[in-house]
Design a protein around this ligand. Structure first.
Ligand code: EPU
Length: 414
């Protein structure tokens, strides 16, 4: 699938973001622990979520979607092996391990897939589950997990991995133990998962930043939860608005979840006004800056590529340091084809010098966020841009083309 874009059309109006992908995926996994119905509102209609629901259905759930509301019920099931092909399609499937272990005392994970953004080991998952009494072994291309003792006490994650934190939380919410998890990740999607589990009767509490205390409960009850707005989708539209907004309002998310990117935009001279659950942005003349990606509340790796594009239009030299993943700078080669001045220094470091006008070209989406960035590049380029491999964008952005057309962009799907 391709997107064909005629560039340089101003964007005016409002884009409402959908529910957060990286919260929805975890809540679908958590639903297998819930006796009775899980009702999720604001569930994005994206390929990763549909694949996650398919995996849940293969291991005993039954899900029905009506618009953005998904209802998941549990059938009696003793399946603890994740299906191979679907697990190979998305990295997020790894968060079924915690709930499967909690439910069955064992779990089998075929090597998970996901975006090509570098090496993505599962060492931190194995480490924290090991500290909680789970033995992990690898045979061929499968990981086997088995509970060998009750979890207890204080345990520390090796690093604040998002999905390892979530696996530990979901493993621990049902039971008779009390555990303090240290060095947890602090992404807002984790706190939304905690809110959903607590609504279902769990006793999970953040006790200052990176520490999370969990008191096991006998069971989780039916739950009805509204997923937070997707801060990464919002951040993508904010970049579109800074490049072409006349003005552009982005609503349906909490701007506090983008505090660091918004601070940086202001420092760069970008025009951004905060409203209740929304921001308003305008095409701005901006200065270069330095971007270093970090775990939340630092600058998010998922917005590194849209901001890389923004930097091609800013005055001066901007170093980028991608500290989270080791292959998330490939999109710069595509921007170079369009006329950007970029220099890859290492797999983690690059430098962008701007401003440079971009010219429409035939370009390729290397991963989900880079794909969205290629679309934004097409929107500012002179003439026609063809974005290849654009189906990857549907994994995480609901109807990107329709949302953009509605605010004045010229973009078609072929
Ligand atoms: N890491 C390890 N061992 C592990 C786990 C992680 O070495 O066992 C390393 C990773 O290789 C990486 C770093 O730790 O260098 C951070 O990885 P983390 O585990 O925090 O990432 P994740 O949980 O796999 C989630 C999101 C990503 C997002 C990152 C960082 C989901 C399903 N995915 O991944 O989202 O980039 O956190 O915020 O929640 C996306 O949405 O496009 C996306 C890639």
């Amino acid at each position: 699938m391709k997107f064909i874009i005629e560039g340089q059309k101003p964007l005016r109006g409002e884009i409402k973001v959908n529910g957060a992908k990286n919260a929805a995926l975890k809540m679908i996994a958590a639903s297998i622990l819930i006796e009775g119905k899980t009702i999720l509102h604001n569930t994005p209609q994206i390929v990763d979520v549909e694949n996650m629901l398919k995996i849940a259905d293969k291991i005993g759930s039954e899900s029905v979607r009506r618009g953005d509301v998904v209802e998941i019920s549990q059938n009696k099931s003793d399946i603890f092996k994740l299906p191979e092909a679907l697990t190979g399609a998305l990295r997020g499937a790894i968060v079924f391990i915690g709930p499967l272990l909690s439910k069955h005392g064992k779990a089998v994970l075929p090597v998970p897939g996901g975006c090509a953004i570098g090496r993505r080991p599962i060492t931190d998952h194995i480490d924290i589950l090991g500290k909680l009494g789970v033995r992990a072994t690898k045979e061929g291309d499968k990981y086997y997990f088995e509970k060998i003792r009750e979890p207890h006490g204080t345990v520390q994650l090796l690093a604040p991995s998002v999905t390892a934190t979530e696996n530990a939380i979901m493993y621990l919410c049902v039971g008779q133990h009390e555990v303090l998890l240290r060095n947890c990740a602090q992404e807002p999607e984790i706190d939304d998962l905690i809110a959903m589990l607590n609504d279902a009767g769990a006793k999970i509490r953040r006790v200052g930043g990176k520490n999370i205390n969990i008191i096991g409960v006998p069971k989780l009850n039916p739950v009805d939860h509204t997923i937070i707005g997707d801060r990464v989708e919002a951040g993508t539209w904010i970049v579109a608005g800074l490049l072409l907004g006349n003005p552009l309002k982005i609503s349906g998310f909490n701007p506090e979840h983008l505090a660091e990117p918004i601070r940086l935009i202001r420092k760069m001279g970008g025009i951004i006004d905060l409203e209740q659950n929304a921001v308003r942005v305008k095409k701005s003349t901006m200065r270069s800056t330095q971007i270093t990606t970090q775990a939340y509340p630092g600058f998010p790796t998922d917005l590194q590529s849209p901001f890389g594009l923004l930097l091609t239009q800013c005055n001066g030299r901007s170093p980028i340091n991608e500290t989270i993943f080791n292959d998330r700078l490939k999109y710069l080669d595509e921007l170079k084809l369009m006329g950007a001045r970029t220099k890859n220094i290492s797999v983690h470091k690059a430098e962008i010098t701007g401003p440079t006008p971009l010219v429409g070209k035939h370009i390729h989406s290397t991963d989900l966020r880079a794909g969205a960035t290629m679309v934004l590049a097409g929107l500012i380029a002179e003439g026609k841009t063809i974005v290849d491999n654009a189906q990857i964008i549907d994994r995480g952005y609901q109807e990107m083309d329709n949302k953009l057309s509605a605010v004045g962009a010229s973009i078609v799907r072929k």
